[in-house]
Ligand binder design. Structure first.
Ligand SMILES: C[S@@+](CC[C@H](N)C(=O)[O-])C[C@H]1O[C@@H](n2cnc3c(N)ncnc32)[C@H](O)[C@@H]1O
Length: 209
């Protein structure tokens, strides 16, 4: 199924991207500089938003169909050094403290073990380096009980159809518990996304100096 996901992914995101998700990406990435690792880079929806101050960009992606899509987009990034590598957050093929920033957008919903994935992000960041995140998360069961209930009903089918994407994952709590200094974390609704993937968090966390 992953070939199909790689083929249709951008079309499924288009309404949300146009309605504001693309602006969120741009805002999150605007301050980056130096060497940046993006994990689970997918088809490369963040690529056009990296500023010129990013001098080295490494895109890590475990799915070969997604990697092919990334290779096709490389032309847009010729101005800077960019590498596409086969890498999973289960165990990244990068050395300790090797990046100024790590970017992960809409990725932790799909990994097998979020705590392990966050430990890997922490490991490859230099002290003081930034972890930039944007993730859809579980609805708040007290504030939005109906949405939370529907996320639970849909999740078993959704996970199977969408390559292990979890709807009720409390990724915000995982991030808070992973040993980063949280610089900012905003909770917001992804505009025009399917109702069960709207609750989201985005922000910047840092590895302590
Ligand atoms: C919903 S897509 C998001 C793609 C892109 N980051 C974006 O913002 O549009 C999820 C991506 O996470 C990748 N992924 C799934 N499991 C992963 C893992 N264990 N490590 C790294 N990436 C993973 C998938 O292959 C897919 O490209």
């Amino acid at each position: 199924m992953s070939w199909l996901m790689a083929k249709v992914y951008e079309r499924t995101c288009m309404a949300a991207e146009k309605a504001g998700l693309s602006d969120w990406r741009a805002g999150l990435l605007a301050g980056l500089e130096g060497s940046v690792l993006e994990v689970g880079a997918g088809t490369g929806l963040n690529l056009t938003h990296y500023p010129k101050a990013v001098t080295r960009l490494v895109l890590s992606e475990p799915d070969r169909h997604m990697r092919s899509a990334l290779m096709r987009k490389r032309g847009a990034q010729l101005a800077r050094s960019m590498e596409v590598v086969d890498g999973s957050l289960d165990r990244l093929p990068m050395g300790d403290a090797s990046f100024d920033a790590v970017v992960a957008t809409l990725v932790l919903c799909s990994v097998t073990d979020p705590a392990r994935a966050l430990a890997e992000i922490h490991r490859v960041l230099r002290p003081g380096g930034q972890y930039v995140f944007l993730e859809h998360v579980a609805a708040d069961p007290h504030q939005e009980p109906r949405r939370y209930k529907w996320q639970g009903r849909i999740e078993p089918f959704w996970k199977r159809a969408m390559d292990n994407c979890h709807l009720r994952r409390q990724t915000d709590l995982h991030i808070r518990g992973a040993g980063f200094d949280i610089e900012r974390m905003e909770r917001d609704s992804i505009p025009k996304a399917p109702p069960w993937v709207r609750p989201s968090v985005r922000g910047i966390a840092r590895r302590a100096q």
